[in-house]
Write a protein that binds this ligand. Structure first.
Ligand code: FEO
Length: 176
């Protein structure tokens, strides 16, 4: 049984994860428009992961008998001042998402809802990785600066990222 407060916060997090997917699709399109298919691929994969995150939470609410009540997903920005700024925005966004996950976990712990706290632990670990990856992108991009060859080298590396679904179909829990 989910409390009303946790139900609301988890539903809001579903929307936030879908917003993340929207944001990353928008950044993907921007990078593709700059002829950087590797960067665009990285964000395409990231958007797929965000949809998985949303569905994990959605599935959890359903599984524990909570009420699904989906809100509107805001439109993401469609213009970005530069590649560097788009990468910085990604990092800042992930820090916000971490904050949001922590605030749900705080409520679960206050309410002694250990089942939900255990479920959220996967997201805590995932956010450590998400922040690290986004921060790496910013730092590596800063290293190459405006050097075209460096950017193309990074682009080739980012092209190698492959989507791995985080949901196992059978039990709808994260595959960790
Ligand atoms: Fe769903 Fe990027 O955190």
């Amino acid at each position: 049984m989910l409390s009303e407060k946790l139900t609301q916060k988890l539903n809001e997090q579903v929307v936030k994860e879908f917003y993340s997917a929207y944001l990353y699709l928008s950044i993907e399109a921007y990078l593709a428009s700059l002829n950087l298919p590797g960067f665009a691929n990285w964000f395409h994969v990231q958007a797929q992961e965000e949809r998985d995150h949303a569905m994990l939470i959605f599935n959890y609410i359903v599984k524990v008998g909570g009420k699904i009540s989906l809100g509107a997903i805001d439109a993401p920005p469609s213009d970005f001042p530069s590649i560097g700024e788009a990468l910085k925005l990604t990092y800042a966004h992930e820090v916000d998402v971490t904050r949001s996950i922590y605030s749900i976990l705080d409520v679960a712990l206050e309410e002694k809802d250990h089942k939900t706290a255990a479920f959220l632990q996967w997201f805590v670990n995932e956010q450590t990785e998400e922040e690290e990856n986004a921060d790496n992108n910013v730092k590596r991009f800063n290293l190459v600066g405006s050097d075209g060859r460096g950017i193309l080298m990074l682009d080739a590396e980012m092209a190698a990222r492959v989507y791995v679904p985080v949901i196992t179909v059978q039990n709808q829990v994260p595959a960790v």
